[in-house]
Structures are given as C-alpha cells and as structure tokens.
Write a protein that binds this ligand. Sequence first.
Ligand SMILES: [Zn+2]
Length: 431
Amino acid sequence: MFGLCCCGKRSAKVEDAFRQTDSSERSVTTPDTPTEKILWLYRLFGRPTKKRQCSVATSEDKPSGSKKKAKKRWWRRKNKVAPSPEEEECSKEEKRRDGPEDQKAKMMGAKSISTRQTRRYKCRGFPNPAQFCYMNSCLQSLLTLEDFVGAFRSQEQVWSSDPEAALIRAFMDIRESHLSPDAHRKIRLLVAFKEAVSVWAPEFQDFDQKDAHEFLTSVLDQMRSLCPQLQAAAASEGRIYSCPVEDHLVFKMQKTKTCKGCGAVSITEEEFTNLSLDLIPGGGTVEEMLRCYLKETELDYNCECGATTSCQRLSFVNLPKVLMLHLKRFRFTPSFQLQKVHDPVDLFRDLVVSSNQGGGCLSLVSTISHVSYTAECGHYICDGVDVNVAQEDPTDRWFTYNDEEVTETTGKAVCDERKNVSYILFYKRHD
Ligand SMILES: [Zn+2]
C-alpha cells in the first residue's frame, strides 16, 4: 500500500455547500477519523438515499417491494428514449459553446481543435471533497470503456435486485449521473461507491489518498467475484449472466518452464485483469516494456533430473477486449523508502501485441496519471477518449478529467504530455 497524500482541492460547488451550512458547521475543521469524516460528509451533503442503504443490506433486511421497484427502474431506463434533463442540460451547454468557429475547427482537424482546450466541461467531472482523486480517475477510465459499461447495463435485470451486488449498482448509479451538474448528488454517489468497495476492502474506508492501481484491481476483482452468484440468480429466472470484467478485461498468460538439464517442459496458465510492467531506465516504449516482461528468464528450479535451473517464458494466450497495463512508477529503496520513478514512457496511440492466437492491434483509449515529483505527495488525473467520437474522427477528441475540472484535449496531446506521469494505460483491441 502506497501511503500517498494528495494535493486536494474543493470544487466551487463544494465551497458553496460550505457557505450554505450554518456558522457552527463552518467553524468545524475537517475531521480526522474515518467515521468523523463520513459523518461530516453526510452533514454537508446528506446521507445516501434509503434505496442505497437497502442495496448493501442483506436479503432479510430488504423490503419486499424493492425487487418490483428495481424492475420498474430497469424498465424506465431500458425504455428511456430521451436523455435525462441533466444530460440534456449538459448537452445544451456544450452545444452553446460549439459555435461556428468550433464547427470550423472540427472540419480542420486536431491542430485547430487545440484552440478549444481551455473549454470546461464541468458536468462531466466528479467532485473531490476528501482525497477522492484516485477513485475519480479510476471511475472516469472505466466509464470510457463504453462496451464494458454497456455489458453491465444490458444485464441490469440480474444485478439490480441482488442484495450482494451493491458495488455494481453503485457503479452504474455513478454512470447514470455522469453528466449531472449536481455536485452534491455526485458526492453522495461517490461516497456510496466507496462504502460498497470498502465492505470487502476496508483499506479504502478512510479518506486518505490511496494507490489508484490497488483500488482499480480491487474494484474489478470484487465485480468479478459476484459472477457465480449472479449467474445462479440469473439461471433461476431462466436468464444468463455474463461477467463484463471477464468478457472485457480478463486474459490468460501462459508460463512455459523448460529444464536446462533434460529439456522437460511444463506449461501453466494464469488469468490476469492487468499486467504490471517495469519502466525501462532512461525511457522506452510500451511495446519495449512488454517485450521485457515477456522475455525469457532463468529460474532456480529443482528438476527430477537433478538440474537446478530452468528457463521461463511468458506469452499471451489471448488478448482481452481492453488491455490494462500498470506502469511500476513506485518502488522501494534498499532502506524501504517509497520512491517515484520518473523514467519517460513513449506513448503511441497504437500498440501491437502478439499472442498464441495470433495477436492484434490495440488503441490507447484512456490513461490514469500520478502527477507529482515525489511518491509521498501527488494527485491523480485521467485522460479518456470521447466515447461519442469515432476512432477515425480527425478531431481526435479526448477529455482530461481532473476531478470536477474537465477540459478538452487530443489523443496526440495525451501521448506527448503524459510521458513522465502515466501510471495506468487502457488499450482497446481492434475487432
Ligand atoms: Zn530436468
């Protein structure tokens, strides 16, 4: 666990909330303990709704009508043709800004679009009242994976009423309010999501800064662990549940060990949701880092033939729809001090990866970056491709999500600007 602290800041909406509270509340300093902090957030923004509290309760605690209500909610969402008022408001605001000059810039491609980089898309952001930047960045990256999110949405009938699936419901509630300009509501949903994650991973319960990679892998592992139960629940109603984490992110690696004495080969396979890659001293590309990860290494290995060394080689059995790569920017010194590694990583939009099934080409769609010089202090931001823009669109439109501040950028700018800070990369496979 990396004990990183955060250069936290409050949004204007959160500042408003502070101003709106009475003078006795204003004089209260930010509490220290997790329990006090959560009560403090509840006092400012209200408790999560009863519906949310029910979602983490056991089936015995659940009101009898909740399943029916959840089905109604699913039906409403499924049959929703028009966007919600919030989405409409957000869309109108963006269209108002999208004047003739912007239309011309779109026609002229990525160079002109850079003139629009100072624009703000606040309704796409997430507030950061208490060191939420690691969680906000992970959520923005996951929401960029539209097929992954769509796989949850299309199976809402299965998870919406399952008492154990609070984490998926909290995630999809955030998805539903992604474009909402209501910062208070977003904070309630973020706190609810954090609480749902903390049920099985209590290390995320407090309001300290956390490692984004540890948080993300915990979220994905927890979503995946719900699969057997949701499959059983679906089967009891004559349905099929297919785990979106397994379908989109999980891949298999093959480990081949060859004894140096007798040449005996042993092959094992292991499933991953992401790979952790060492940085190349002085800099290198992601493809070079992957090659280093996959290259043959020598191992101590006691074989029946009496030999004590073997060669080990790793290879992709298959490629996932989305390949998540973690860049090891933190390491411990010999004196066990946490140190940040600043070696540059040359980022390109395309990545070619070979696998036992032939390999394929992938495109960068999102990054999570740790912006700071030291390991002890830092702030996470996310960059993600605009899911509404086709990959071949000349505007190459991306967004930079810095908590509630969201600005427009391009994939090229992200590759240029995140060389020294990129921490987690998401590549989407070309089908
Ligand atoms: Zn041997």
